[in-house]
Design a protein around this ligand. Sequence first.
Ligand code: NAD
Length: 454
Amino acid sequence: MSAVQLRNPATEQVIGTVELASLAETDAAIERAHRAQPAWAALAPADRARLLRRFAEEVEADAEHLAHLEVTNSGHTIGNARWEAGNVANVLNYYSAAPERLFGRQIPVPGGVNLTFAEPLGVVGVIVPWNFPMPIAGWALAPALAGGNTVVLKPAELTPLTALRLAELARRAGIPDDVFQVLPGKGTVVGQRFVTHPAVRKVVFTGSTEVGKQIMAGCAAQVKRVTLELGGKNANLVFADADLARAAAAAPYGVFDNAGQDCCARSRILVQRSVFDEFMALLEPAVLGVVVGDPNDPATEMGPLISAAHHAKVSSYVDGLVPVAIQGKVPDGPGFWFPPTVLTPSSARDRTVTEEIFGPVVTVLPFEDEAEAIALANDTDYGLSGSIWTENLGRGLRVARGVQAGNLSVNSHSSVRYWTPFGGFKSSGLGRELGPDAVAAFTETKNVFISTEE
Ligand code: NAD
């Protein structure tokens, strides 16, 4: 068995080591999950619901501890980390209502009675990236468990601590050991085994588009169900008729939150040419006002990047070839810090505009009219989120319908609300998480016809 060293991204100090699961351990865990699944599915719906609510209560009671683990392991600001722990509890509570409402349908047919049932899939494998370890785990595990499935979950190599703690809290809530298991490990070992092991009947993968494509191809061999939540290169469209002061004040938070390590980051700001200069003048103080520093300080708005390797990747996009219009400051000393940075490339084909940087770097480009705004927003393989700033309601709706992305917001940068569906168009993913229908992604529809003929 090998181990991985974990580092605090804000201090570069080693905070511990975590053992990585081997292939044999992964197989054993999957087999235990497989054996545990029928009993979990056979629990009375109210009992499964009660266990999920207890799990939510344990998460709520432990929220401060979970939040501090995330600050230390991932460099998230304490404000964000508290929200993330709360999100897990909210999502568990929301889907705890599902077991008692897993309705089928009675469909009128001749010669008998026709019923449908929502049957569990079996074992669900969840593969989580490092950027939002807690919420992304919760979005899959809560509806999967509610649907009567057992779950094996692999956190990212760099950020396993909160997932391991969630498994302890599940135990404490009374969820049987093998119903929800967390397996820290390598993507190529543990994650890949979720894809190839025949007892895993669905894989939920959140991560890069490149790996997501391999997962989808691998799952095809067993016609395995798959949900993919992949990358994004999202547009923030600012029209001349917007409340420009509001749009400019909000823009940094739409992209620099979590140091830009957010698949929903609005990393392409597109501004109507007639107000371009005015917008840039308003944007400057907003960008320079973003508080970058110690993630433990509640006033901090942006922390460090996750690792030295990721810092090198983000830095490679600010290479002196594209003009830097605005750049904030970072603390001195250790830590994988990168300043909030605004680029003004000359072309929409520049790689800073087309590639997901996944750091606090945003490009600003002008557009002439509504048609060009939509065309530029859609000029990407991705399609996850986007924002439209305008005081014209008709335009807001028209443009939202025109942008090929799963999650649009008008006069807001909000993407994730657990009550509403979340997911991507095009290369940003396949399937939807969250919202009222998420449990359907973890069940199969079974149709049963009962003849009433003599
Ligand atoms: P990544 O694809 O490198 O890794 C994601 C997870 O997959 C990790 O747990 C990793 O260990 C595992 N993995 C890697 N190779 C694997 C393989 N061959 N088989 C099985 N599992 C494997 O991504 P990352 O760098 O950790 O995360 C950043 C990416 O995630 C960004 O592209 C970002 O946009 C995306 N993301 C998307 C969403 C969304 O909801 N759409 C949310 C967060 C992050």
